[in-house]
Design a protein around this ligand. Sequence first.
Ligand code: CO
Length: 158
Amino acid sequence: MTLKIRKYGDPILKKKAEEVKEITPETKELILNMVETMQKERGIGLAAPQIGVAKRIIVVETGKGPNIFINPKIIDKGREKIVGEEGCLSLPGLYFKIKRSKEIKVRAENINGEELKIRAEGLLARIFQHETDHLDGILLIDRISFWQKLKLKNKIFK
Ligand code: CO
């Protein structure tokens, strides 16, 4: 089932999402809905709060199909940072230049609750940083400067 994407201004996007303690049939259904919604919206990543559930789950399009990460945590960041353009399904039509670590290490659980450790770089590292931000209530708009926000004010701060 595809669900409506929560947009900028919805309070759930500002909330810190809760750790998943047990993977229940409901968790699996939620994950399926996340994957279907991401694919319908042609996104490359989606976090559970974006469909209205404050749980620490993200789905990421890795190029080889959707991957699921439960309780993802960035455990290491490389020193090098790079600027890249990012969009967000919760901020439709807007793109921002965001500085992110080029390389990261992530620890998460898979759908069976088994621990995963992933090293990611480039676009994949960027997607992980963007999606884990969502779990902490951080949006792209919180990562840009005051001056960048001013330039945008006619578009979003009506
Ligand atoms: Co986003």
